[in-house]
Design a protein around this ligand. Structure first.
Ligand code: ATP
Ligand code: MG
Length: 425
């Protein structure tokens, strides 16, 4: 009996994994330039962490968590998102005591959500995210948006839309919440059961409902932007003026609310506008969470962050038909004919690799022709041929597959020769 891969997960095979590495390397390099450092937290955490931070009323906590009991009868959960753990770590390691705030962190790794699998929606997916904790300067809101846009741009994506909104501070949200309840309450029986419980628990999240999206009351719902107090309004204006100063385009959408409970002030999403991108167009979500650190037992430390999944990033690259700048070719394939040459090729391939080039050889005892074909298939830049004659004369025939030229090179100079030739063009 064969065992299949679990639903909603995928194997990333060679040919695909290079794309993942490519995106991750761009993201890490952009983080280096923006001065964000990597943090690595566990794959599982106490279930309580997500209940307290993500929120009891969210889809994630109510329906999507992989929760299990370990042998010590503790309730643990495979992380469904990254912010909770980063904030836990910020508190636990007293990072609020570091003189330079905000603490600027990035993370990448698998996240787990029990969702209905479909295009762009997996049960295990990889997120790349950033958190800047410890400052409420609107410049940091603009910075994290600039950072993620830089990652997408560097990868070659163009058809993107940055959508932003302000959820205001606690006072603004309370006023808006009352207006939302007054708006929906008289006709709440026309909404799904989730929305009915949201009305009392978290009415803002009705606006985020995927089932009732088309209901006429959605379009006429009170806009948060009309309920922002002076402070929240001024904050939002600062954020947008900084985006303008960096020539980062955005649209303001007052209906944008984020799924998680802990957001306030700035909320944003990045959508793909590429034709042929599936129904789910959100590539990235982020926002400010000023109360979360306190909620998890730390001092008041306002934070902001975002996360995107590599899966949807790749889907956007393919929808836009962006060319992958990945180098999958081999520098040198060594073709060895005869037992003595094969023996000699062991240390020869080793020397080329030690010099920093990629090299490979035959391990199937194939004839010369089949080895040459293998070299071709593997897109080797050079094919180096070692036959009995060459071995006797301590030299090797090197074919430059890009130009078709052929040279005789002393055996102990192979690596140096390949290097200089590659550097010359
Ligand atoms: P959605 O509305 O699509 O369910 P979300 O609000 O649950 O998104 P977030 O929790 O904000 O998403 O996660 C940030 C990003 O992670 C999303 O914008 C998306 O790119 C990605 N993401 C979320 N869930 C999945 C998933 N199941 N598979 C792949 N990527 C995902
Ligand atoms: Mg979701």
């Amino acid at each position: 009996m064969s065992v299949n891969i679990p639903r909603g997960t995928q194997d990333i095979l060679p040919g695909q994994s290079e794309k993942w590495q490519y995106i991750e390397s761009i993201a890490k390099d952009v983080c280096r330039r923006y001065h964000y450092k990597e943090i690595r937290t566990p794959i599982f955490e106490h279930t309580e962490l997500f209940k307290r931070s993500v929120g009891d009323t969210t889809d994630i906590v109510q329906k999507e968590m992989y929760t299990f009991e370990d042998r010590g009868e503790r309730s643990l959960t495979l992380r469904p998102e990254g912010t909770a753990a980063v904030v836990r770590s910020f508190v636990e390691n007293k990072m609020f005591g570091i003189p330079d705030q905000p603490v600027k962190l990035f993370y990448t790794g698998p996240m787990f959500r029990y969702e209905r699998p479909q295009a762009g929606r997996y049960r295990q997916f990889v997120q790349f995210g950033v958190e800047a904790i410890g400052s409420e300067d609107p410049a940091i809101d603009a910075e994290v948006m600039a950072l993620v846009m830089a990652i997408y741009k560097e990868a070659g994506l163009k058809k993107l839309k940055l959508v932003i909104n302000s959820l205001g501070d606690a006072e603004s949200r309370t006023a808006h919440r009352e207006a939302l309840v007054a708006h929906f309450k008289p006709r709440i029986d026309e909404f799904c059961s989730d929305c009915q419980s949201r009305l009392t628990q978290n009415p803002l999240r009705i606006l985020d409902c995927k089932k009732d999206r088309g209901h006429e009351l959605m379009a006429t719902a009170p806009s948060i932007l009309d309920y922002l107090n002076e402070e929240s309004k001024a904050y939002f204006e600062k954020v947008t003026s900084y985006l303008d100063a960096m020539s980062i385009e955005y649209v303001i959408d007052p209906t944008l609310v984020r799924g998680l409970d802990y957001y306030n002030h700035t909320a944003f999403e990045i959508m793909s506008e590429a034709e042929g991108f599936g129904a789910i167009t959100t590539l990235c979500g982020g926002g400010r969470y000023n109360g979360l650190v306190q909620q998890l037992g730390g001092p008041e430390s306002p934070g902001i962050g975002f996360a995107f999944s590599i899966e949807r990033f790749i889907a956007a690259m393919e929808a836009e038909q962006v060319e992958w700048q990945v180098d999958e070719g081999l520098d040198c394939f060594i073709v060895a004919i005869g037992d003595a040459a094969k023996d000699r090729s062991v240390s020869l391939v080793h020397d080329v690799r030690a010099a920093g080039l990629s090299a490979d050889r035959d391990y199937q005892d194939r004839k010369m022709k089949a080895q040459l074909k293998a070299s071709d298939r593997q897109k080797a830049r050079f094919t180096a041929i070692l036959g009995e004659d060459e071995l006797a004369e301590n030299r090797i025939t090197v074919k430059d597959m890009s130009g078709g030229t052929q040279e005789q090179v002393p055996l102990n100079e192979l690596a140096a020769y390949l290097k200089t030739t590659m550097e010359a063009n």
